[in-house]
Structure formats: structure tokens, C-alpha cells
Write a protein that binds this ligand. Structure first.
Ligand code: ADP
Ligand code: 5GP
Length: 205
């Protein structure tokens, strides 16, 4: 197995259930999760430093200026960014890190970290997406409309992704994403050092 951690990017339409899936991946399989910074207001129950680092526009701007993000993007009316330090530390320590980010940020990550793998989570159809997004009850009608409009735009980015996973049954989706990540780690090209060591040992037999 390769010694560096794998960077796993998870995106999906708002309401597809990616937050729920990511929570399941962390709880069930112990993945390390990057906590993003955002200028969005906390939803009821969200905790600073656990769900997001909640920042003012000025604080966010300062982090950009100090190269504190590996990527950042505007989504609907707010800014979101991935803190650089945590991700680099985790990868260097050999831990797999999940980034749950939107499509523009995912494209930047892919560009900067070509070994990253991009997974797109979707509902099986638009009706289910609308039901989940309104059922969550965390956005106003106007905000839901903006997120659905943005989802239509995001659909054109799906071609950037390595894998598409449908979130129909939640546990199946969590297990499928985990399988995708595991199979990535078994790829021959990610295991050059192991293969060389084996071949070297056999050559001495
Ligand atoms: P996202 O992070 O993609 O915006 P959430 O994780 O907040 O989406 O999920 C949106 C809503 O859908 C939440 O109310 C969540 O409980 C629900 N949900 C997530 N996954 C499923 C699923 N597989 N089946 C039914 N409801 C789900
Ligand atoms: P929400 O407001 O629903 O928590 O997130 C809105 C969107 O922003 C989601 O698509 C989520 O994946 C994305 N997002 C969260 N954190 C980041 C980040 O650090 N960078 C980028 N580019 N998008 C993010």
C-alpha cells in the first residue's frame, strides 16, 4: 500500500445527502474529515470548529491572503474554503482525508493534487432531491430555489468526477463509497514500492 494518505473529494447537489454520507464514512470507517471555513451563518445545531469554522467576510479574506486554503469558492451567497494545514498534515501522516466541497473547489483540488479522487453523490432523480432539500427544513424557500438553480449548473461538472454514487439507501451508499476508496488504494500504480520490494526479494531467493 502507498504510504501517503489519499485525498478524497466528495461533491453532490445540495440535498443529495453528501453530509449524511460523509458523517457515516467517518463514524463507520474512521476517515479523517477536513473541516471547511465558511462565511455562511450556522444552521441550528451546527458547532463552530466541528461542522465548519464560521468566519466573517474579513476573516475569510485574510485567510485567502495568507494562502491558508488549498481551494476556496463562492457557492450561492457565501464563501467556502478548505484549510491547507490540516489536509497537508494528514496526507503526509498517511491518513486518508475526505473533503466535502462543491464542484469549482473540486476542480481546483484535482488540478493541484492529481492523485486525488473525485466522487459525486446524487439522488436517483430530481424529485427525490427536491424532497430531501425541502424536507431538511434548514433553508428558506428562496434559498432552496437558489440551491436548485445551482444544482442545475453543477450537473455540467459531473464529467470531472472519477465516480458517481447514487444515494438511495443510505447504508448502501456509505459502503459503496468506502469500497471505491479501498479499491483506489489497491491500484497497481499506487503500490510501486511494494511491488519493487517483492520483486527484489524474489530475485534474491
Ligand atoms: P447535503 O449535505 O448533500 O446537502 P444532507 O446530508 O443534509 O445533504 O441531506 C439532506 C436531507 O436528506 C437530510 O434531511 C438527510 O437526513 C436526508 N437524507 C440523506 N441521505 C438520505 C437517504 N439515503 N435516504 C433518505 N433521506 C436521506
Ligand atoms: P452547505 O451550506 O450546504 O453546508 O454547503 C454548501 C456547499 O458548499 C456544498 O456543496 C458543500 O459541499 C460546499 N462546501 C463546503 N465546504 C466547502 C469548501 O471548503 N470548499 C468548497 N469549494 N465548497 C465547500
Amino acid at each position: 500500500m502507498s504510504s501517503k494518505g489519499q485525498l478524497i473529494v466528495i461533491s453532490g447537489f445540495s440535498g443529495a445527502g453528501k453530509g449524511t454520507v460523509v458523517k457515516g464514512l467517518v463514524e463507520k470507517y474512521g476517515y479523517s474529515l477536513s473541516i471547511s471555513a465558511t462565511t455562511r451563518a450556522p444552521r441550528p445545531g451546527e458547532v463552530d470548529g466541528k461542522d465548519y469554522y464560521f468566519k466573517t467576510q474579513d476573516e475569510f479574506r485574510t485567510l485567502i491572503d495568507y494562502n491558508g486554503f488549498i481551494e476556496w469558492a463562492q457557492y450561492v451567497d457565501n464563501y467556502y474554503g478548505t484549510p491547507r494545514k490540516f489536509v497537508e498534515q494528514e496526507i503526509a501522516a498517511g491518513r486518508d482525508v475526505i473533503l466535502e466541497i462543491e464542484v469549482q473547489g473540486a476542480a481546483i483540488v484535482k488540478n493541484q493534487y492529481p492523485d486525488s479522487r473525485l466522487i459525486f453523490i446524487t439522488t436517483k432523480d430530481v424529485e427525490t432531491l427536491k424532497e430531501r432539500l425541502t424536507g431538511r427544513g434548514s433553508e428558506t424557500e428562496e434559498q432552496v430555489a437558489k440551491r436548485l438553480k445551482r444544482a442545475a449548473e453543477e450537473a455540467s461538472f459531473i464529467g470531472n468526477y472519477d465516480y458517481i454514487v447514487v444515494n438511495d439507501d443510505l447504508n448502501t451508499c456509505i459502503d459503496t463509497v468506502n469500497s471505491v476508496i479501498l479499491s483506489e488504494k489497491c491500484k497497481r500504480e499506487k503500490n510501486g514500492a511494494l511491488i519493487e520490494a517483492l520483486q527484489e526479494s524474489f530475485s534474491r531467493e
